[in-house]
Design a protein around this ligand. Structure first.
Ligand code: BG6
Length: 479
């Protein structure tokens, strides 16, 4: 019992949070480049404040990030040293199509990822590729309005066809859209959406989501056509909602909140807009323009597996309940009095991972893949330059234990686990460097100062042991 022999242990990153090199190799500008740190970040991420160019008053952490653009060989060698079986990374769309609507891709960008994939295979690391991780060429936003425009489906299709063709034999695991449900909470980040005063934002978000859902189904179709070995997954920012109390009103609220997230992967995995979603949209007065062909393609090309991120559980309450709020992944949630929180207020709940896994597996009966999980924390190297991150080890250990329980006790099928930010990178939510998730420390601070030197944290050695023992040795005793 325990983890299956071919279990895919590894780590995850996203192009915009680690690559840097924003203007190198023919890369075009993207939404993720022009999101600054500081108090205006949230307004930009949510599309309330339009920022489509750099402004000298602000600092933009994604421009250089941790410069994986030039360090990738060193970084992959470190992943290999930990024994990674897989490495989840994302493609920067504007490296492949700098404007997004060209006919011919940028060879330098294509070669860059080819080099990365070949480097991975040198160490028997299977790449797991997110086609878009919060990433959209700025030209597509300026010219077409991002995913609100149906034409985006065609641009995305061209991107996918290019990737599947070029990387055939090098990549077989693909994710179409990172945390697709985040379009509701972070529409500029998730879909390049900005809003004019007085616009019906929900209408625009759900229409854009429909375009992404059709694009995802088309991608799944072509991935399978180009290479039947390809496995395509959806990707949800998951975490089941708990009712704040056993008051049926709270229970109902938690069900509604779960459905708000499930909607996206219900479509991607079951191939239909669920009845509750149709009713919900009608009630809100939202009318989605969709064709018969859209619905046919969604129906015919469902995903092979369900991938998700999980950091913390969530709580829902009816208006009658008197609750306190705390921070969570990209948006606040209700504070759960039974849980401790991270330094950023995210609630720590390993059993919540087992609950979420069971909920997803019960619902879809497709293999799961945990593609993000981890603890964002402040790391302070000691006098020898080592980060003794026992807090991170404790978090990860408890979550891996919960995964094991879900597999052993509940029969959930899990393909792999890629913990988030296996190397320190820029935080998506805050833009900070000091919110670190990595096994590998990167010398860089919030203002972009530092040598970029990489160093192994205590958790590096711990995770190496976890992988070598296929999840059996979770304690630090033998380090
Ligand atoms: C997920 C994203 O929402 O959470 C990642 O897919 C992100 O891009 C991660 O970095 C952790 O969030 P944060 O805000 O701590 O970086």
């Amino acid at each position: 019992m325990g983890f299956p022999d071919n279990f895919l242990w590894g780590g995850a990153t996203a192009a915009n949070q680690c690559e840097g090199g924003y203007n190198q190799g023919g890369r075009g500008l993207a939404n993720v480049d022009v999101i600054p740190t500081g108090p205006d970040r949230r307004a930009v991420i949510t599309g309330k404040r339009k920022m489509l160019n750099f402004d000298d008053e602000y600092f933009y952490p994604a421009k250089d990030a941790i410069d994986m653009y030039t360090h990738f060989k060193e970084d992959i060698a470190l992943f290999a040293e930990m024994g990674f079986k897989t490495y989840r990374l994302s493609i920067a769309w504007s490296r492949i199509f700098p404007n997004g609507d060209e006919e011919v891709p940028n060879e330098e960008g294509l070669q860059f990822y080819q080099d990365i994939f070949q480097e991975c295979h040198k160490f028997n690391i299977e790449p797991l590729v997110t086609i878009t991780h919060f990433d959209c060429p700025i030209h597509l936003i300026k010219e077409y309005g991002g995913w609100r425009n149906r034409k985006m489906i065609g641009f995305y299709e061209k991107l996918c066809r290019t990737l599947f063709t070029r990387y055939q034999g090098l990549v077989k695991y693909w994710l179409t859209f990172n945390e697709i449900n985040m379009i509701l909470h972070a529409p500029f980040l998730g879909a390049g959406l900005t809003f004019e005063h007085g616009e019906n934002e929900e209408q625009i978000k759900y229409q854009a989501a429909h375009h992404e859902l059709v694009a995802s189904a088309i991608a799944t179709k072509i991935a399978h056509e180009i290479d039947p070995q390809n496995q395509v997954g959806c990707m949800l920012a998951a975490a089941s909602y708990y009712p704040y109390s056993c008051n049926p009103k709270d229970v109902w609220e938690s069900k509604q909140s779960d459905r708000g997230n499930y909607f996206f992967i219900d479509v991607q995995s079951r191939g239909v807009y669920p009845p509750y979603a149709r009713k919900m949209l009608a009630k809100k007065g939202i009318k989605i323009e969709q064709t018969k062909e859209d619905l046919e393609i969604i129906k015919a090309h469902t995903v092979d597996f369900i991938s998700f991120s999980y950091y913390a559980s969530r709580v829902a309450a009816s208006e009658d309940s008197n609750v306190q709020k705390t921070e969570g992944n990209l948006f606040p949630t209700i504070k759960n009095p039974y849980l401790e929180s991270s330094e950023w207020g995210w609630q720590i709940d390993p059993l919540g991972l087992r609950i979420t896994m069971n909920d997803l597996y019960d619902r879809y009966q497709k293999p799961l893949f945990i593609v993000e999980n981890g603890l964002g924390a402040v790391d302070i190297p000691d006098e020898n330059g080592i980060v003794n991150d026992d807090y991170r080890i404790a978090y990860l250990r408890a979550h891996i234990k919960a995964m094991k329980d879900a597999i052993d006790e509940d029969g959930v099928v899990l393909l792999g686990y890629t913990s988030w930010g296996c190397i320190d990178l820029v935080s998506a939510g805050t833009g900070e460097m000091k919110k670190r998730y990595g096994y590998i420390y990167v010398d860089r601070d919030n203002e972009g100062r530092g040598t970029l030197e990489r160093g192994r944290k205590k958790s590096f050695y711990w995770y190496k042991q976890v992988i070598a023992s296929n999840g059996e040795k979770l304690s630090c005793n033998e380090l």
